[in-house]
Design a protein around this ligand. Structure first.
Ligand code: SIN
Length: 191
């Protein structure tokens, strides 16, 4: 099964001709910037909340046993904190490949900590992509993460790196931290 979004993202021409564009990262893009950028700043977006509801068949799981990674779910009034990167459009090719398992580029207002806002883009895996796994209890998500692993490494590394990066940003994410706590409990039981 594939949810490959490369071709769809290549058709997104909203930022064609721009010298640079802000990219908002809320998952692995916060802690793993494996692409060139001109500048980066803590930032947030509104009316979206971070959830471990997307399947990962290519990075933190396999086609037979997908892992769980974050996507954004619409929620009026919610604020999702992350990291914004000012990139040049030639970086899209790399990002489209990295985010190809269900994530589509979406234009969105990005709010910086100094009060300024700019339209930029974010990669979102919407509920209609075939890799979307949907809601589960935070305990079940922790169990799922505990048993998953893929070409980019154990699913638990993704969770732990994200939780650490959010702490470094001074941001509390109830969902991410609850799953991290459940995973630590599971590991304590099995060690
Ligand atoms: C993101 O980090 O902004 C998208 C989801 C991911 O790659 O983990």
């Amino acid at each position: 099964m594939t949810a490959n979004t490369i071709a769809a993202n290549e058709k997104m021409n909203k930022f064609d001709g721009c010298h640079s564009v802000w990219l908002f990262g809320y998952g692995s893009l916060i802690y793993k910037a494996d692409f060139p950028y001109l500048e980066r700043r803590p930032a947030s977006i509104t009316d979206w909340t971070r959830r471990f509801w997307q399947g990962s068949h290519d990075h933190r799981g396999t086609p037979e046993a997908p892992g769980r990674v974050v996507t954004l779910i619409r929620e009026a009034g919610a604020i999702c904190h992350g990291m914004a990167y000012l990139i040049t459009p030639d970086v899209f090719g790399h990002l489209d490949h990295r985010e190809k398992n269900g994530y589509l580029r979406l234009a969105i207002p990005i709010h910086f900590d100094d009060g300024r806002s700019e339209e930029g883009l974010v990669y979102i895996a919407t509920e209609d992509n075939t890799a979307f796994l949907g809601a589960a209890s935070e305990q079940d998500i922790a169990r799922h993460i505990a048993r998953s692993s893929g070409p980019s490494g154990p699913n638990s590394d993704y969770l732990n790196h994200l939780a650490a990066a959010l702490r470094e940003l001074g941001q509390h994410d109830q969902h991410v931290f609850a799953i991290e706590r459940h995973l630590a409990e599971l590991n304590a039981k099995t060690s």
